[in-house]
Design a protein around this ligand. Structure first.
Ligand code: AMP
Length: 416
Protein backbone atom coordinates (compact mmCIF):
# COMPACT_ATOMS: atom_id res chain seq x y z
CA UNK A 1 0.00 0.00 0.00
CA UNK A 2 1.26 3.47 -0.83
CA UNK A 3 0.71 5.79 2.12
CA UNK A 4 0.81 9.57 2.49
CA UNK A 5 4.22 11.20 2.99
CA UNK A 6 5.17 11.49 6.67
CA UNK A 7 3.91 14.72 8.20
CA UNK A 8 1.19 15.25 5.58
CA UNK A 9 -2.51 14.52 5.90
CA UNK A 10 -5.57 13.82 3.79
CA UNK A 11 -8.62 15.87 4.65
CA UNK A 12 -12.08 14.48 4.10
CA UNK A 13 -15.59 15.51 5.01
CA UNK A 14 -16.76 16.47 7.63
CA UNK A 15 -13.31 17.77 8.70
CA UNK A 16 -12.85 19.50 5.35
CA UNK A 17 -16.16 21.29 5.98
CA UNK A 18 -14.63 22.89 9.08
CA UNK A 19 -11.70 24.08 6.92
CA UNK A 20 -14.07 25.58 4.40
CA UNK A 21 -16.00 27.39 7.13
CA UNK A 22 -12.76 28.91 8.47
CA UNK A 23 -11.70 29.93 4.96
CA UNK A 24 -15.09 31.55 4.34
CA UNK A 25 -14.81 33.53 7.58
CA UNK A 26 -11.31 34.63 6.50
CA UNK A 27 -12.51 35.85 3.08
CA UNK A 28 -15.44 37.70 4.68
CA UNK A 29 -13.54 39.34 7.53
CA UNK A 30 -10.54 40.43 5.49
CA UNK A 31 -12.72 41.82 2.71
CA UNK A 32 -14.26 44.20 5.24
CA UNK A 33 -10.79 45.64 5.89
CA UNK A 34 -10.14 46.13 2.18
CA UNK A 35 -7.76 43.17 1.84
CA UNK A 36 -7.69 41.19 -1.41
CA UNK A 37 -6.42 37.66 -1.92
CA UNK A 38 -3.08 36.83 -3.51
CA UNK A 39 -2.12 33.33 -4.67
CA UNK A 40 1.58 32.80 -5.22
CA UNK A 41 3.31 29.61 -6.44
CA UNK A 42 4.38 26.84 -4.08
CA UNK A 43 7.72 26.66 -5.92
CA UNK A 44 10.07 29.60 -5.63
CA UNK A 45 13.79 30.11 -6.31
CA UNK A 46 15.71 28.94 -3.22
CA UNK A 47 17.55 32.26 -3.20
CA UNK A 48 14.32 34.05 -2.29
CA UNK A 49 14.11 32.33 1.08
CA UNK A 50 17.83 32.49 1.79
CA UNK A 51 17.75 36.26 1.28
CA UNK A 52 14.25 36.88 2.58
CA UNK A 53 14.06 34.66 5.66
CA UNK A 54 17.75 34.71 6.58
CA UNK A 55 20.47 32.13 6.09
CA UNK A 56 20.93 31.53 9.81
CA UNK A 57 17.29 30.72 10.56
CA UNK A 58 16.11 27.19 11.40
CA UNK A 59 13.83 27.27 8.40
CA UNK A 60 16.62 27.93 5.94
CA UNK A 61 19.34 25.84 7.57
CA UNK A 62 17.31 22.72 8.38
CA UNK A 63 13.75 22.74 7.19
CA UNK A 64 13.42 23.55 3.52
CA UNK A 65 12.30 21.15 0.83
CA UNK A 66 14.90 22.15 -1.73
CA UNK A 67 15.76 20.35 -4.94
CA UNK A 68 17.30 20.92 -8.33
CA UNK A 69 14.95 20.86 -11.26
CA UNK A 70 15.92 19.19 -14.53
CA UNK A 71 17.84 22.25 -15.67
CA UNK A 72 19.81 22.38 -12.42
CA UNK A 73 17.97 25.37 -10.92
CA UNK A 74 17.62 25.26 -7.15
CA UNK A 75 13.94 25.44 -6.23
CA UNK A 76 12.26 25.35 -2.84
CA UNK A 77 8.72 24.48 -1.85
CA UNK A 78 7.73 27.58 0.08
CA UNK A 79 8.17 27.20 3.87
CA UNK A 80 6.14 30.37 4.44
CA UNK A 81 4.35 32.85 2.21
CA UNK A 82 5.60 36.31 3.12
CA UNK A 83 8.75 36.05 0.98
CA UNK A 84 6.64 34.89 -2.00
CA UNK A 85 4.21 37.76 -1.54
CA UNK A 86 7.09 40.21 -1.28
CA UNK A 87 8.62 38.75 -4.46
CA UNK A 88 5.30 39.13 -6.31
CA UNK A 89 4.88 42.70 -5.05
CA UNK A 90 8.36 43.65 -6.29
CA UNK A 91 8.09 41.72 -9.57
CA UNK A 92 4.72 43.22 -10.53
CA UNK A 93 5.38 46.60 -8.88
CA UNK A 94 2.24 46.14 -6.80
CA UNK A 95 3.67 48.63 -4.29
CA UNK A 96 2.68 51.35 -6.75
CA UNK A 97 -0.99 50.39 -6.51
CA UNK A 98 -3.00 51.46 -3.46
CA UNK A 99 -5.48 48.69 -4.25
CA UNK A 100 -2.79 46.05 -3.75
CA UNK A 101 -1.38 47.40 -0.52
CA UNK A 102 -3.40 44.99 1.62
CA UNK A 103 -3.10 41.32 0.68
CA UNK A 104 -3.97 37.98 2.25
CA UNK A 105 -3.27 34.39 1.30
CA UNK A 106 -4.46 30.93 2.23
CA UNK A 107 -2.39 27.90 1.27
CA UNK A 108 -0.04 25.02 2.00
CA UNK A 109 3.50 25.54 3.31
CA UNK A 110 6.27 22.95 3.61
CA UNK A 111 8.88 22.47 6.31
CA UNK A 112 10.99 19.45 7.08
CA UNK A 113 10.28 19.41 10.82
CA UNK A 114 9.82 16.52 13.22
CA UNK A 115 6.09 15.81 12.96
CA UNK A 116 4.13 15.89 16.21
CA UNK A 117 0.72 17.05 17.37
CA UNK A 118 0.14 20.45 15.78
CA UNK A 119 3.31 20.24 13.69
CA UNK A 120 3.34 18.89 10.16
CA UNK A 121 5.60 18.88 7.12
CA UNK A 122 2.81 20.12 4.90
CA UNK A 123 0.76 22.56 6.90
CA UNK A 124 -1.48 25.42 5.89
CA UNK A 125 -1.35 29.08 6.66
CA UNK A 126 -3.68 31.99 6.41
CA UNK A 127 -1.76 35.22 6.38
CA UNK A 128 -2.06 38.91 5.66
CA UNK A 129 0.46 41.51 4.52
CA UNK A 130 0.23 45.30 4.35
CA UNK A 131 2.78 46.95 2.10
CA UNK A 132 3.91 50.50 1.75
CA UNK A 133 2.81 52.04 5.06
CA UNK A 134 5.25 52.34 7.97
CA UNK A 135 2.67 53.78 10.41
CA UNK A 136 2.02 51.97 13.71
CA UNK A 137 -1.73 52.16 13.06
CA UNK A 138 -1.23 49.57 10.32
CA UNK A 139 0.22 47.14 12.86
CA UNK A 140 -2.70 47.71 15.22
CA UNK A 141 -5.39 47.47 12.57
CA UNK A 142 -3.94 44.29 11.09
CA UNK A 143 -3.75 42.70 14.55
CA UNK A 144 -7.34 43.83 15.21
CA UNK A 145 -8.38 42.21 11.93
CA UNK A 146 -6.94 38.83 12.85
CA UNK A 147 -8.49 39.02 16.31
CA UNK A 148 -11.85 39.75 14.74
CA UNK A 149 -11.38 36.74 12.50
CA UNK A 150 -10.48 34.52 15.47
CA UNK A 151 -13.62 35.77 17.21
CA UNK A 152 -15.73 35.04 14.13
CA UNK A 153 -14.56 31.43 13.97
CA UNK A 154 -14.84 30.99 17.74
CA UNK A 155 -11.22 30.34 18.85
CA UNK A 156 -11.04 29.58 22.54
CA UNK A 157 -8.98 31.89 24.79
CA UNK A 158 -6.92 33.89 22.29
CA UNK A 159 -4.25 36.15 23.84
CA UNK A 160 -2.16 38.76 22.01
CA UNK A 161 1.45 39.31 23.08
CA UNK A 162 3.36 42.23 21.62
CA UNK A 163 6.94 43.43 21.58
CA UNK A 164 9.27 45.58 19.54
CA UNK A 165 12.57 44.24 18.21
CA UNK A 166 13.75 47.71 17.29
CA UNK A 167 15.47 48.72 14.07
CA UNK A 168 19.01 48.45 12.67
CA UNK A 169 19.92 51.51 14.78
CA UNK A 170 18.92 50.30 18.21
CA UNK A 171 18.95 46.53 17.82
CA UNK A 172 22.76 46.19 17.90
CA UNK A 173 22.79 47.90 21.30
CA UNK A 174 20.23 45.43 22.60
CA UNK A 175 22.11 42.53 21.05
CA UNK A 176 25.36 43.49 22.82
CA UNK A 177 23.48 43.80 26.12
CA UNK A 178 21.94 40.39 25.50
CA UNK A 179 25.29 38.81 24.67
CA UNK A 180 26.86 40.34 27.74
CA UNK A 181 24.07 39.08 29.99
CA UNK A 182 24.15 35.55 28.58
CA UNK A 183 27.93 35.24 28.25
CA UNK A 184 28.20 34.43 31.95
CA UNK A 185 25.72 31.57 31.74
CA UNK A 186 26.75 30.26 28.30
CA UNK A 187 28.00 26.97 29.77
CA UNK A 188 24.43 26.26 31.02
CA UNK A 189 22.79 26.86 27.66
CA UNK A 190 22.07 24.19 25.04
CA UNK A 191 24.37 23.68 22.04
CA UNK A 192 22.03 25.51 19.69
CA UNK A 193 21.91 28.54 22.01
CA UNK A 194 25.71 28.62 22.37
CA UNK A 195 26.10 28.52 18.61
CA UNK A 196 23.44 31.17 18.08
CA UNK A 197 24.95 33.43 20.70
CA UNK A 198 27.79 33.83 18.20
CA UNK A 199 25.93 33.73 14.88
CA UNK A 200 22.50 35.22 15.58
CA UNK A 201 22.06 36.09 19.26
CA UNK A 202 18.40 37.15 19.05
CA UNK A 203 17.46 33.63 18.02
CA UNK A 204 18.56 32.47 21.48
CA UNK A 205 15.38 34.00 22.88
CA UNK A 206 13.41 31.63 20.65
CA UNK A 207 14.88 28.54 22.30
CA UNK A 208 12.27 26.17 23.72
CA UNK A 209 14.69 23.92 25.68
CA UNK A 210 13.38 23.97 29.29
CA UNK A 211 16.81 24.09 30.95
CA UNK A 212 17.67 27.27 29.02
CA UNK A 213 14.55 29.12 30.17
CA UNK A 214 15.73 30.36 33.61
CA UNK A 215 18.74 32.01 31.93
CA UNK A 216 16.72 33.45 29.07
CA UNK A 217 14.23 34.91 31.55
CA UNK A 218 17.08 37.07 32.84
CA UNK A 219 17.72 38.55 29.40
CA UNK A 220 17.19 42.32 29.14
CA UNK A 221 13.88 43.73 27.88
CA UNK A 222 13.94 44.96 24.33
CA UNK A 223 11.73 47.89 25.14
CA UNK A 224 14.45 49.35 27.44
CA UNK A 225 16.78 49.68 24.45
CA UNK A 226 14.55 51.13 21.74
CA UNK A 227 15.67 54.32 19.99
CA UNK A 228 13.32 57.28 20.13
CA UNK A 229 11.60 56.53 16.81
CA UNK A 230 11.08 52.85 17.67
CA UNK A 231 9.81 53.71 21.16
CA UNK A 232 7.34 56.19 19.63
CA UNK A 233 6.17 53.57 17.17
CA UNK A 234 5.65 51.08 19.97
CA UNK A 235 3.71 53.54 22.14
CA UNK A 236 1.49 54.49 19.20
CA UNK A 237 0.83 50.82 18.47
CA UNK A 238 -0.27 50.21 22.04
CA UNK A 239 -2.51 53.25 21.99
CA UNK A 240 -4.15 52.20 18.71
CA UNK A 241 -4.70 48.66 20.01
CA UNK A 242 -6.49 50.13 23.01
CA UNK A 243 -8.72 52.29 20.80
CA UNK A 244 -9.49 49.26 18.62
CA UNK A 245 -10.33 47.37 21.81
CA UNK A 246 -7.76 44.64 21.31
CA UNK A 247 -6.57 43.39 24.71
CA UNK A 248 -2.82 42.56 24.68
CA UNK A 249 0.03 41.76 27.01
CA UNK A 250 3.56 43.12 26.53
CA UNK A 251 6.15 40.33 26.19
CA UNK A 252 9.46 42.17 26.29
CA UNK A 253 11.59 39.19 25.17
CA UNK A 254 9.39 38.03 22.32
CA UNK A 255 11.33 37.54 19.08
CA UNK A 256 10.21 35.70 15.98
CA UNK A 257 11.93 32.89 14.12
CA UNK A 258 12.54 34.91 10.98
CA UNK A 259 15.24 37.51 10.44
CA UNK A 260 13.24 40.11 8.60
CA UNK A 261 11.30 41.69 11.44
CA UNK A 262 11.74 45.31 12.53
CA UNK A 263 9.91 47.04 15.37
CA UNK A 264 6.58 45.34 16.10
CA UNK A 265 6.48 41.58 16.60
CA UNK A 266 3.49 39.78 18.04
CA UNK A 267 2.06 36.37 18.70
CA UNK A 268 -1.37 35.07 19.51
CA UNK A 269 -1.68 31.98 21.66
CA UNK A 270 -4.78 29.98 22.50
CA UNK A 271 -5.58 28.44 25.85
CA UNK A 272 -6.96 25.44 23.93
CA UNK A 273 -3.52 24.48 22.60
CA UNK A 274 -0.93 22.57 24.59
CA UNK A 275 2.83 22.85 24.23
CA UNK A 276 2.58 24.23 20.69
CA UNK A 277 0.31 27.05 21.85
CA UNK A 278 1.37 29.63 19.24
CA UNK A 279 -1.57 30.04 16.94
CA UNK A 280 -0.15 32.81 14.86
CA UNK A 281 2.64 35.30 14.74
CA UNK A 282 3.89 38.19 12.74
CA UNK A 283 5.28 41.65 12.75
CA UNK A 284 6.77 44.50 10.80
CA UNK A 285 9.36 43.84 8.12
CA UNK A 286 10.33 47.22 6.72
CA UNK A 287 13.60 45.92 5.21
CA UNK A 288 12.32 42.79 3.49
CA UNK A 289 11.53 44.15 0.05
CA UNK A 290 14.95 45.74 -0.24
CA UNK A 291 16.58 42.51 0.91
CA UNK A 292 15.09 40.65 -2.03
CA UNK A 293 16.04 43.34 -4.52
CA UNK A 294 13.02 45.64 -4.38
CA UNK A 295 12.61 49.27 -3.36
CA UNK A 296 12.50 50.49 0.23
CA UNK A 297 8.95 49.64 1.23
CA UNK A 298 7.42 49.15 4.63
CA UNK A 299 5.59 45.92 5.42
CA UNK A 300 3.56 44.35 8.18
CA UNK A 301 2.08 40.87 8.28
CA UNK A 302 1.15 37.77 10.18
CA UNK A 303 0.60 34.09 9.45
CA UNK A 304 -1.52 31.61 11.29
CA UNK A 305 -1.48 27.84 11.17
CA UNK A 306 -4.77 26.37 9.98
CA UNK A 307 -4.19 23.03 11.70
CA UNK A 308 -3.58 24.75 15.02
CA UNK A 309 -6.51 27.07 14.53
CA UNK A 310 -8.80 24.08 14.03
CA UNK A 311 -7.40 22.48 17.17
CA UNK A 312 -8.29 25.65 19.06
CA UNK A 313 -11.92 25.55 17.98
CA UNK A 314 -14.61 23.72 19.91
CA UNK A 315 -15.57 20.42 18.27
CA UNK A 316 -18.96 20.84 16.60
CA UNK A 317 -21.83 18.92 18.22
CA UNK A 318 -22.47 15.64 16.45
CA UNK A 319 -25.71 16.16 14.56
CA UNK A 320 -27.16 14.94 11.30
CA UNK A 321 -26.31 16.79 8.09
CA UNK A 322 -29.17 19.04 6.95
CA UNK A 323 -29.25 17.10 3.71
CA UNK A 324 -31.91 15.13 1.87
CA UNK A 325 -31.52 11.61 0.55
CA UNK A 326 -33.98 11.06 -2.26
CA UNK A 327 -34.95 7.37 -2.40
CA UNK A 328 -36.87 6.10 -5.40
CA UNK A 329 -38.21 2.62 -6.10
CA UNK A 330 -40.60 1.19 -8.66
CA UNK A 331 -41.16 1.43 -12.40
CA UNK A 332 -40.78 4.89 -13.87
CA UNK A 333 -39.83 6.59 -10.60
CA UNK A 334 -36.20 7.20 -11.58
CA UNK A 335 -37.21 9.88 -14.07
CA UNK A 336 -39.55 11.50 -11.56
CA UNK A 337 -36.74 11.39 -8.97
CA UNK A 338 -34.29 13.11 -11.34
CA UNK A 339 -36.83 15.87 -11.94
CA UNK A 340 -37.66 16.22 -8.24
CA UNK A 341 -33.96 16.42 -7.29
CA UNK A 342 -33.53 19.14 -9.92
CA UNK A 343 -36.42 21.18 -8.45
CA UNK A 344 -35.37 20.71 -4.83
CA UNK A 345 -31.80 21.78 -5.59
CA UNK A 346 -33.06 24.78 -7.55
CA UNK A 347 -34.95 25.80 -4.40
CA UNK A 348 -31.72 25.53 -2.39
CA UNK A 349 -31.94 22.08 -0.78
CA UNK A 350 -28.97 19.70 -0.64
CA UNK A 351 -30.09 16.51 -2.37
CA UNK A 352 -28.31 13.21 -2.95
CA UNK A 353 -29.79 10.34 -4.87
CA UNK A 354 -28.66 7.00 -6.25
CA UNK A 355 -28.70 6.28 -9.95
CA UNK A 356 -28.92 2.51 -9.60
CA UNK A 357 -32.16 0.96 -8.38
CA UNK A 358 -32.37 -0.19 -4.77
CA UNK A 359 -35.21 -0.86 -2.35
CA UNK A 360 -36.52 1.79 0.08
CA UNK A 361 -35.19 -0.36 2.90
CA UNK A 362 -31.65 -0.36 1.55
CA UNK A 363 -31.96 3.36 0.64
CA UNK A 364 -32.97 4.23 4.19
CA UNK A 365 -30.00 2.28 5.52
CA UNK A 366 -27.60 4.19 3.29
CA UNK A 367 -29.20 7.49 4.25
CA UNK A 368 -28.70 6.59 7.90
CA UNK A 369 -25.04 5.72 7.30
CA UNK A 370 -24.57 9.01 5.44
CA UNK A 371 -25.97 10.67 8.54
CA UNK A 372 -28.43 12.84 6.61
CA UNK A 373 -31.38 14.38 8.39
CA UNK A 374 -34.07 13.83 5.74
CA UNK A 375 -35.19 11.12 3.36
CA UNK A 376 -37.77 11.69 0.63
CA UNK A 377 -39.46 8.51 -0.54
CA UNK A 378 -40.64 8.47 -4.12
CA UNK A 379 -42.58 5.32 -5.09
CA UNK A 380 -45.06 4.74 -7.87
CA UNK A 381 -47.89 6.08 -5.74
CA UNK A 382 -46.03 9.35 -4.95
CA UNK A 383 -45.00 9.76 -8.58
CA UNK A 384 -48.68 9.52 -9.52
CA UNK A 385 -50.11 11.78 -6.79
CA UNK A 386 -47.36 14.42 -6.70
CA UNK A 387 -47.26 14.16 -2.90
CA UNK A 388 -44.02 12.85 -1.46
CA UNK A 389 -43.18 11.14 1.79
CA UNK A 390 -40.65 13.08 3.87
CA UNK A 391 -39.01 11.24 6.73
CA UNK A 392 -37.07 12.99 9.49
CA UNK A 393 -34.28 10.55 10.38
CA UNK A 394 -33.61 12.27 13.71
CA UNK A 395 -37.14 11.87 15.08
CA UNK A 396 -38.62 9.15 12.84
CA UNK A 397 -41.59 11.43 11.95
CA UNK A 398 -43.09 11.27 8.47
CA UNK A 399 -45.22 13.65 6.39
CA UNK A 400 -46.84 13.62 2.97
CA UNK A 401 -45.99 16.91 1.24
CA UNK A 402 -46.53 18.48 -2.17
CA UNK A 403 -43.55 19.65 -4.26
CA UNK A 404 -43.76 23.30 -3.12
CA UNK A 405 -43.99 22.57 0.60
CA UNK A 406 -41.25 19.99 0.35
CA UNK A 407 -38.89 22.39 -1.45
CA UNK A 408 -39.52 25.14 1.06
CA UNK A 409 -38.99 22.90 4.06
CA UNK A 410 -35.79 21.24 2.81
CA UNK A 411 -34.28 24.49 1.59
CA UNK A 412 -34.92 26.14 4.96
CA UNK A 413 -33.02 23.30 6.61
CA UNK A 414 -29.78 24.19 4.86
CA UNK A 415 -30.36 27.87 5.44
CA UNK A 416 -30.89 28.61 1.73
P1 AMP B 1 5.87 31.01 11.40
O1 AMP B 1 5.71 31.10 9.89
O2 AMP B 1 6.96 30.06 11.82
O3 AMP B 1 5.89 32.34 12.04
O4 AMP B 1 4.54 30.30 11.91
C1 AMP B 1 3.29 30.91 11.91
C2 AMP B 1 2.26 29.91 12.37
O5 AMP B 1 2.22 28.81 11.47
C3 AMP B 1 2.57 29.27 13.72
O6 AMP B 1 2.10 30.04 14.78
C4 AMP B 1 1.83 27.95 13.62
O7 AMP B 1 0.46 28.12 13.93
C5 AMP B 1 1.95 27.61 12.16
N1 AMP B 1 3.03 26.64 11.90
C6 AMP B 1 4.35 26.86 11.72
N2 AMP B 1 5.01 25.73 11.47
C7 AMP B 1 4.09 24.73 11.48
C8 AMP B 1 4.13 23.32 11.28
N3 AMP B 1 5.26 22.68 10.98
N4 AMP B 1 2.96 22.62 11.36
C9 AMP B 1 1.80 23.25 11.65
N5 AMP B 1 1.69 24.58 11.83
C10 AMP B 1 2.82 25.31 11.75
Amino acid sequence: MITAVKGTQDLVFPEVGRWQAVERAAHETFARYGFTEIRTPVLEPTELFVRGIGDETDIVTKEMYTFQDRKGRSLTMRPENTAGVARAVVEHRLYESPLHGRLYYIGPQFRYERPQKGRYRQFHQIGAEVLGDPAPGVDAETIAMVMEFLGAVGVMGPAVQVNSVGCPNCRPIYVSALKEELAGSAQHLCGDCRRRLETNPLRVLDCKVPTCQPYLDKAPSFTDFLCEACAEHHDALREALEILRVPFVPRPRLVRGLDYYTRTVFEVTSSALGAQDALLGGGRYDGLLEQIGGPACAGFGWALGMERLLMALPQPAASRLPWTYLAWAGGGTYRAALALARDLRAAGAVVVMEHTARSFKSGLKRADRMNVRYVVLLGEEEAGSGRFTLKDMATGEQWALGREELSRHLAEEVGA
